[in-house]
Write a protein that binds this ligand. Structure first.
Ligand SMILES: Nc1ncnc2c1ncn2[C@@H]1O[C@H](COP(=O)(O)OP(=O)(O)OP(=O)(O)O)[C@@H](O)[C@H]1O
Ligand SMILES: Nc1ncnc2c1ncn2[C@@H]1O[C@H](COP(=O)(O)OP(=O)(O)OP(=O)(O)O)[C@@H](O)[C@H]1O
Ligand SMILES: [Mg+2]
Ligand SMILES: [Mg+2]
Lengths: 259, 259
């Protein structure tokens, strides 16, 4: 059975996609795992960030699978040039699909049932989420075993962390699904911003053991890798953010007791 | 009649709130205008970024006004310590309200009618939007005369610009509401990121005359000002981003033919 990790944050632009893509690629490249990356964000940025690696074209849309026209998410997964990494791209109509989903019985379980078979064929499934706590994110949380919360070093990002923890508690109470929090990943860390860093660290202190020891530094190589359509490890394996994301892969593997 | 400017971008974290707050404050402080800042994003970050300036507490929630329990948005506007600047904070339940709104006749016009009276009391109304093209953003577009699109210097942000232009066209065709595009504002500009900057500028070339001449540089003072809960002009009036946002105020005033 695969371990499912949802990468969520209500705040926009904190590095959800950057983390989901590089975590999935790193687990395949360094962990030897068979990994499925699922993009539940209608922006479709997982595919953009892995543009150069994708092979083939999707047989149908993610929306079609979520609405039950196809039973198994694997049917629309794309192979990549990276051994062990497969991607389910999102589709631009996911926003409209969300409206249709809201009328379905068990509307929060659609992704979870679409992954039922896939879970027996992969070691890890990583799910990228949109910047909100709407039904696509709820579907990801209900399908997941673990939650990883990227948070950049800003007061606006820290504020949203409480909301996602509340959502996890709420899903536990109302749906009986007990997702574990893998951790909070500090992104865009710049040692020079002392004043704001101190305020953020002080706010995160209440989540102490959840805050991952590794911080992803501000590093332009990440945006350059996205321009090239490849993970940071293939773009510049020794840059500071590649080193950090390798540590993220190790820390996630340890905390989620993978293999 | 007030000029209404919606600040929208589907991409998260590109500086919508930072721009909406500093544009609204700048129009009041330097343009001598009476300005209402409306926060249509459930994250509520306009209030966070102006925490130190807000006076008094909201009589009711934005959701209550949108759903018609109160007729006029001014009833819940908060005064600030900045002469001429008033703020309608969002509320955490805006996400749930969005669900209720979708069942209402004229669901896209709720903000527009809530602003009907306010438009006769202000010179400018600035609306901050969430990172999606859902019904709260559509409400902002239908209520607005002008659209300002922040876009940071990354391939992922540029990709979403097409979608917002499509949404504007769609609103024109289906609702007969012809919103004008004020422009695209480049944010987080860092001259050192030559490779990505060139790619972004090449992608934006098709929007040529829409791209505002001023670029907002990467500047940690903006996050520091948000930590202090005050606009950049009060935090550090001579820093690079304060200079840039003063130019944004001038450019917006010129393009939207304000007084
Ligand atoms: N550590 C970092 N250093 C520098 N830039 C970064 C870093 N992490 C992410 N970025 C850049 O910041 C931007 C936002 O990152 P990303 O798109 O991954 O965030 P997101 O949370 O997925 O956004 P959204 O809320 O729109 O889904 C991207 O342009 C990305 O290249
Ligand atoms: N020019 C800039 N230089 C440095 N940091 C910036 C700049 N503009 C914005 N920021 C920071 O980037 C983060 C994102 O900005 P902001 O929250 O305004 O974006 P947003 O588009 O409103 O995000 P969301 O999609 O979550 O609503 C904030 O922490 C802000 O302080
Ligand atoms: Mg993303
Ligand atoms: Mg915002």
């Amino acid at each position: 059975q695969a371990t499912v990790v949802a990468v969520c944050a209500q705040k926009g632009g904190v590095g959800k996609t950057t983390t989901a893509v590089n975590l999935a690629a790193g687990l395949a490249m360094y962990g030897g795992a068979k990994v499925l990356l699922v993009d539940m964000d209608g922006q479709g940025h997982c595919a953009t960030a892995l543009q150069a690696e994708l092979r083939g074209a999707a047989a149908d849309s993610l929306g079609a699978v979520l609405l039950g026209r196809r039973r198994d998410l694997q049917e629309i997964a794309l192979r990549t040039a990276i051994d062990g990494l497969w991607v389910v791209p999102s589709d631009k109509d996911l926003g409209a699909t969300e409206g249709v989903m809201s009328g379905r019985i068990g509307k929060e379980m659609l992704l979870r049932s679409a992954l039922k078979v896939a879970r027996t064929h992969y070691d890890v499934i990583v799910v990228d989420c949109p910047p909100n706590l709407g039904s696509l994110t709820v579907n990801a949380l209900v399908a997941a075993d673990w939650l990883l919360v990227p948070c950049d070093m800003s007061v606006l990002s820290v504020e949203g962390v409480d909301d996602i923890f509340d959502a996890v508690d709420h899903i536990g109470e109302t749906m009986g699904h007990h997702l574990a929090v893998l951790g909070i990943l500090r992104t865009r860390y710049d040692a020079r911003n002392q004043k704001v860093n101190e305020a953020v660290e002080a706010s995160l202190a209440r989540y102490e053991h959840y805050v991952l020891p590794v911080r992803v530094p501000v590093n332009t190589a990440l945006a350059q890798a996205q321009l090239a359509g490849t993970p940071i490890f293939k773009y510049d394996a020794e840059c500071r953010s590649a080193v950090a994301y390798r540590e993220v892969v190790e820390e996630v593997t340890r905390r989620a007791q993978m293999r």
